[in-house]
Every structure is written in structure tokens, then in C-alpha cells.
Design a protein around this ligand. Structure first.
Ligand SMILES: [Zn+2]
Ligand SMILES: [Zn+2]
Length: 273
């Protein structure tokens, strides 16, 4: 199943009901987060032509159940190693007993077979939350959801990615006028909450502003992730974020909660698909 000669990413689920992203190189396949039930993740892998047996690791970004729910069961059922920081592992209530645990530290890169994984700290109300870049050869995929603010560290890591899987959680007006209780609105907006569509647009504008060749940017695909079903809508998020990409030719995708998104393939060694 690992014969495909590309670096690939496919969102299997995104949002507060569960998060799970499939990433593979020709020899290595991983999940970043496993926040659906084990059965549902298996089903979604099948829908995109993959199997749990081929997975070489499950990387956990933080302990919230929408990121962890199926990790323990998948690890036990298919002997898949779990990659997690010691603090997040200690804070995970529902992992169960895991025999195959590999610890990483935010700020220290590690190899997961063919993948070079660079975890970095993000600002979120979890014990030791991480964003990640996953590199294979010259190609790099950036993954950052569940962050209240974009720090310099986050910007530095997300530079020079071909694909960015980035949170675009809420529309500030919808959040303000929505049905969430006030404390929850405050939590979402806080420095340890979630990025708004505008925050994400500003981040992308900044990243693109630093590209050496703005006519032919390194960034090719942006996948908007972790959209709130209550305080956002895919169309609104896409319209707002597209303002930051103006005419660059970057393809904008929106990951959703109910079914897998498109399998995005990067040609190896090339800066363009
Ligand atoms: Zn989350
Ligand atoms: Zn979270």
C-alpha cells in the first residue's frame, strides 16, 4: 500500500467532533491525531484507499478528546506506535494502556522512518500542545490547529511549506452573536483558544509576503481546518482567507467533520505539483 511515489496529505476529519489527518511518503504513513473512534478512522482510511495496517505512527498534538479518542484502540489493534510528549501522555485520560509509546519534545525534531517531524509549542489550553511540520526531502507540510495566537515561533516553522493545514476556527461576529455562553466565547477568543478566519488570513498574508518569488510561491495548498460548526461556515472562512492569497494560484481547501477531504499529492523534490 506504500507504493505511491508522492508525499501526500488527506484530512480524514476536522472540527470539534474529531480531528485526524493522514500523511504519507512512499515508505511511511502516519496519522496526526486520531480524534474519532477507531472504527470510524478505519472506515475513513478505507474511503481514501488506505488501511490502518500501513500506519507507522500516530502523532498526538494534545490531550483534548477531539484529537485522541481513537488513538489507543488503533495502536493496540494494529500495533501502531504513538508519538506524544511526556506531558501530553500524562494528561491523556482516554488512551488506555499503550505498549508502543515514543516520546518527543516540542522544539526537538525527530525521524519517523522517512518523515522528519519538527514539533513546536503552540498557545492553547492544553498541557503541552504542539504544532508540527512534516518534511520529506525538499517538501514540507505544516500542521497547526488549536492555537489562540500566532507567535513568531509558529510563523518561523510554517514558512516554506508546500501545504499548510491551518486552523480557521471562527468568524468573530458569528461567535459574538452566537449561542455559546459568555465564558466559552471568551475561551475561544483568548490567547489559548482558537484562531479566527481573520487571524488565519493575516498569518497567510505574512507568510506569502516573505516568499522570495511571490509570483511562484512555495506554498501550493492551504487546507482550512478545525472550523466551528456553530461559529463559522466553510464559505465564509474560504472567502475571508482567500483575501490573503489574492491571485497567487494557491489552492484553498476546507476540511470538514463528516467525511475525508481530497488526497493532496506533492511531486517529490519539486516545488510545484
Ligand atoms: Zn481541537
Ligand atoms: Zn484542543
Amino acid at each position: 500500500m506504500k507504493q505511491n511515489n508522492t508525499f501526500r496529505i488527506c484530512p480524514l476529519a476536522s472540527g470539534s467532533k474529531g480531528n485526524c489527518v493522514f500523511v504519507s511518503t512512499p515508505e511511511t504513513a502516519v496519522l496526526v491525531d486520531a480524534g474519532l473512534s477507531g472504527v470510524e478512522i478505519e472506515k475513513r482510511l478505507t474511503l481514501v484507499g488506505q488501511t490502518p495496517e500501513q500506519l507507522d505512527g500516530i502523532i498526538i498534538t494534545h490531550e483534548h478528546s477531539d484529537h485522541v479518542r481513537g488513538a489507543g484502540i488503533l495502536s493496540r489493534r494494529f500495533n501502531i506506535p504513538v508519538y506524544v510528549t511526556p506531558q501530553t501522555y500524562a494528561a491523556c485520560k482516554n488512551l488506555g494502556k499503550i505498549d508502543l509509546v515514543n516520546f518527543f519534545e516540542c522544539g526537538t525534531s525527530f525521524c519517523l522512518d522517512q518523515l522528519q517531524v519538527a514539533p513546536f509549542s503552540i498557545s492553547h489550553d492544553a498541557t503541552d500542545p504542539a504544532g508540527l511540520t512534516l518534511s520529506f526531502g525538499e517538501n514540507k507540510i505544516g500542521i497547526a490547529t488549536d492555537l489562540g495566537i500566532v507567535t513568531e515561533l509558529v510563523k518561523e516553522h510554517l514558512k516554506n511549506c508546500q501545504v499548510l493545514y491551518i486552523e480557521s476556527n471562527h468568524d468573530p461576529e458569528m461567535l459574538l452573536n452566537g449561542s455559546y455562553p459568555w465564558f466559552l466565547k471568551q475561551r475561544v477568543k483568548s490567547r489559548t483558544g482558537h484562531l479566527s478566519n481573520m487571524d488565519t488570513r493575516a498569518l497567510l498574508t505574512e507568510i506569502l509576503g516573505q516568499e522570495l518569488d511571490p509570483v511562484k510561491p512555495i506554498l501550493q495548498h492551504v487546507i482550512l481546518a478545525h472550523l466551528s460548526e456553530e461559529n463559522n461556515c466553510p464559505k465564509k472562512a474560504a472567502i475571508e482567507v482567500a483575501k490573503g492569497l489574492n491571485g497567487s494560484g494557491i489552492v484553498l481547501h476546507v476540511a470538514g467533520p463528516d467525511h475525508p477531504g481530497e488526497m493532496i499529492r506533492l511531486s517529490l523534490g519539486a516545488n510545484r505539483v
